[in-house]
Write a protein that binds this ligand. Structure first.
Ligand SMILES: C[S@@+](CC[C@H](N)C(=O)[O-])C[C@H]1O[C@@H](n2cnc3c(N)ncnc32)[C@H](O)[C@@H]1O
Length: 272
């Protein structure tokens, strides 16, 4: 396991994923009944962008660094949370901030070093369970939640050559075990063919209510680069496609470099 999220925290891909995650969490909270969140690939929880790993790549400067002072209404909720939470908040910190007393979070992290700060962050928190385990395996073990309402965030590092295959299997398994659950899976867009392949493979598994929200910084001609990223959402809450379009449009306005092929797209892959 070579991937460490501390080198990439706050980059454009994190901003995209986290701004959409905040919207999804608010949508889950529209109903009074409690819900459970499973964050399969959690990272360490919060990131010091002045520390060596983040400074070494400087990726955050082209991400959250460019959003300071942004007043776009579509980004207001996400940016207010980032401001309130201090160090740059990863998915577990953002999710935790939006849990109500009746909700709970289970997060998984496999890296032997990254699990320690994650454990420390939630040591005395009765609403958060931290698991040092394979997040893919946890989908089979922890779903469905007793609440029968929930959100599963799948955010793997894509270090392994077969990560897209594992992702499709994981989405299928999550949907089979928990058909009404909302599943949000982040993926890199290196080439359009790979992203279309992912959508097609998930749709071919018989999943009918599926939306893909993507942000592209440039035409994905060089498949060796992270040209954009996407969030594939199964059972999106009402209003997701429209809200995602606004959020991604606002992000692109701040993070785009006017390169050829930059843009956003929200596609209903498979209507209900
Ligand atoms: C992209 S980062 C997660 C970032 C986090 N979700 C966020 O938004 O702040 C992926 C994380 O997954 C961890 N990881 C890799 N393989 C894993 C697995 N099979 N199960 C659980 N965690 C894994 C890595 O150590 C890394 O911390």
């Amino acid at each position: 396991m070579n991937y460490r999220h501390a080198y990439h925290a706050g980059n454009f891909a994190d901003c995209m994923k986290h701004a959409l995650l905040v919207w999804l969490m608010r949508a889950m909270g529209r109903k009074e009944k409690g819900f459970a969140v499973l964050d399969t690939h959690a990272g360490v929880g919060r990131y010091d962008l002045a520390a060596v790993p983040a400074e070494r790549t400087g990726e955050w400067r082209a991400g959250i660094g460019r959003l300071a002072g942004a007043t776009d209404p579509a980004l207001a909720d996400y940016l207010a949370l980032v401001g309130e939470l201090g160090l740059y908040p990863g998915s577990p910190a953002l999710i935790r901030a939006l849990l109500r007393p009746q909700d709970r979070l289970a997060c998984c992290e496999l890296h032997p070093e990254d699990i320690r700060p994650l454990r420390r962050a939630f040591r005395d928190d009765p609403q958060v369970a931290v698991h040092h385990r394979d997040g893919y395996e946890a989908i089979g073990a922890l779903l469905p939640p007793p609440e029968r309402r929930g959100l599963v965030l799948i955010d793997p590092p894509y270090e392994a050559g077969d990560e897209f295959v594992r992702l499709v299997d994981a989405i299928r398994l999550a949907h089979r075990r928990f058909p009404s659950g909302v599943v949000a899976a982040w993926y890199p867009v290196k080439s359009r063919a790979e992203a279309r392949g992912l959508h097609g493979d998930v749709a071919a598994a018989g999943i009918r209510d599926l939306v893909a929200a993507e942000l592209w910084l440039r035409e994905p001609i060089d498949a060796g680069r992270l040209n954009g990223c996407g969030l594939l959402v199964v059972n999106p809450p009402f209003g997701f496609a429209a809200a995602a379009g606004e959020i991604l449009g606002a992000l692109l306005g701040r993070l785009g470099n006017r390169e050829m092929g930059e843009g956003v797209g929200v596609e209903v892959v498979c209507g209900e």
